[in-house]
Design a protein around this ligand. Structure first.
Ligand code: HMH
Length: 222
């Protein structure tokens, strides 16, 4: 039987692939990514991850299903413990100052993506929320695993890759994929189409997130 996640992958294949070949992602393994650009990304991503954790909290608040409440709450814990703590180590190693953190402005697509997560979580519909959160988990896991195979000489980038290639991260991804497939099982085709679109929106924002970091995108028109 074709699962929702099989369909979702087919639905977004090209956009999904565009993240793998984006110069930011390629630069993590070929060494061409300059540290200032990585620093810009880390600051934007700390902002994004706070919203990502908040979206899980909102979803946990809305659900009356105990298993879902647990899964969303575990998502809050793993985001803060594993991902935001990785950022703490980068903040130290990249000399990101209090001032940098107090004065940065979320890039247009970091802002839009973060709000997309919160809007979907705010609906209180767990299927929409998981469709929205899943590309964040799944795409990073896949990128982490691919880049680990290639390897990098850069210690900072290796640390980033190892976090997302970690089996513990994959376990979280598998759990959310399985929750997504369960939630989608009894949906009508119209509802499935809506969920696929939400999944595609997040996948598209993933691509734009790399692009904003790579170009240091700001709210001005050149
Ligand atoms: C933009 C973005 N998407 C996904 C992840 C992984 O959760 C992340 N850290 N940042």
């Amino acid at each position: 039987m074709t699962t929702f996640t099989d369909r979702a992958y087919e639905y977004v294949k090209e956009t999904w692939q565009a993240s793998f070949t984006h110069p930011f992602v390629r630069g993590l393994v070929d060494g061409s990514l300059d540290q200032e650009t990585f620093k810009f990304y880390v600051i934007q991503d700390a902002y994004y991850l706070e919203g990502f954790a908040a979206a899980h909290s909102l979803a946990a608040y809305h659900t009356e299903d105990k298993q879902l409440a647990l899964a969303f709450s575990e998502g809050v814990v793993s985001t803060i413990q594993d991902e935001l703590s990785l950022h703490d180590s980068f903040i130290t190693d990249l000399n990101i100052t209090e001032d940098d953190l107090a004065t940065y402005i979320p890039s247009p697509n970091a802002y839009a993506y973060m709000n997309h997560l919160k809007i979907q979580a705010q609906t209180g519909d767990p299927a929409k929320t998981v469709a929205c959160l899943l590309p964040c988990y799944w795409l990073y896991e896949q990128i982490g695993q691919h880049l680990l195979e290639e390897g990098t000489d850069n210690e900072l980038y290796a640390r980033w890759i190892n976090t997302y290639a970690d089996p513990g991260f994959s376990a979280v991804v598998e759990k959310f994929k399985s929750i997504m497939n369960d939630l989608a099982k009894d949906k009508s085709e119209t509802e499935i189409q809506e969920l696929l679109h939400i999944f595609a929106q997040s996948t598209y924002y993933e691509f734009l997130f790399w692009d904003d970091a790579y170009t240091h995108n700001s709210w001005t028109v050149d």
